[in-house]
Design a protein around this ligand. Sequence first.
Ligand code: FES
Ligand code: FE
Length: 419
Amino acid sequence: MGATRDTRSMAGLIEAERVHGSLYCDPEIFAAELERIWYRGWVYVGHASEIARPNDFVMKSIGPQALIMTRDQQGDVHLLLNRCSHRGAQICVTKKGNAASFTCPYHAWNFKNDGRLHGFPFPSGYEGVDKAGLGLARVPRVDSYKGFVFGSFAATGPSLDEHLGAGREAIDRLVRNSPEGEVEITAGFLQHKVKANWKFLLENETDGYHPQFVHASIFSVAESGIGSLYGGKSTAVTRYLGNGHSENDLRPEFRRLGKPLGWFGTDAQRFPEYVSRMRAAHGTEVADRIMIDGTPHTMIFPNLFIAEIQIFVLQAVAVDETVQHVTALQFKGAPELNRRLRQQTMGSVGSAGFLLADDAEMYERTQRGVQSRDPQWVFLGRGVHRERVDEQGFRVGDVTDEIASRGMWEHYRALMEAA
Ligand code: FES
Ligand code: FE
């Protein structure tokens, strides 16, 4: 596409059932997305449990922007840009730790962990300089929901609550699986880098059409029944939740099975301690219902994928490069289950796991493929004729239908065309 593209208008690029391939590979569009989506809306950054103690910090990001997520002495959380206000050096290169302040390695300016400039060497050279104006830059809005910390580079705009909308219920449903009602992100992250546009990953997370084909080998090796949840006969559904969020709702299948921990491919007898703690916390009936329903499979736009037993955090780096940060979920008060969650995560998405490797192959093939001269469109019409509205007013399709992509693109268009 030429340099004259008007990236403010998506006319001719996004239609009801198809989108133009250039949306995945045009650097001008990527630059516009950074401004209108990644540096304007709410983006998931990290979890409060990653910086549990005063002065804890962890390196994070919003798209290509490197951040330090800190907890100050008082317990407040800050998202600081990892860039010295003197001559631009990155302040922090340590993935995580505990520090009341950060000293830039270049000329040793020192910043408190709330971003304030604390001091600099040989201060006589800075007579009259206003230190207050030389702190680390910060992401202006920081908010959290049940420990999940989000940031927005826009000083004003919709609140986090408004952005999350129906996505909040997925987080509620997730944390209920802890006997103490909390998840912890303490297992460490794996990073998967792919040469593909971030939207291919986003759309794939709730694409219920591909698992039986792309993941056939892992399902057969692991003797897993997951594949059949995503078949033509499955009663599971794909639901568009608004604001770009979507889910594969597998509960109808798990309820048919009616077995606590059936969603996890196991049963209550294998985890007696967890089951009894859940029943003590919620009462037997409610606990069993929670343990039958399992955890969500929900994509929170633009970058937080709650993948049943893991979270995947998408980081858009370039038009054709995305990093997926992956970790096992850990449920507070459930050590027995947590061990198994870590093992299963290593097996499926660890360095020798097939699951993400198989998806990555498709991300990179689609990235290469959409650059062909013809056809120029990606067809997303699957299930249009059977789209329906559920009792809560959400658009729903069969689990293999492309309703999540269609909804996401409508939201994307609204964001890209907004003033
Ligand atoms: Fe950081 Fe000079 S660049 S102190
Ligand atoms: Fe997949």
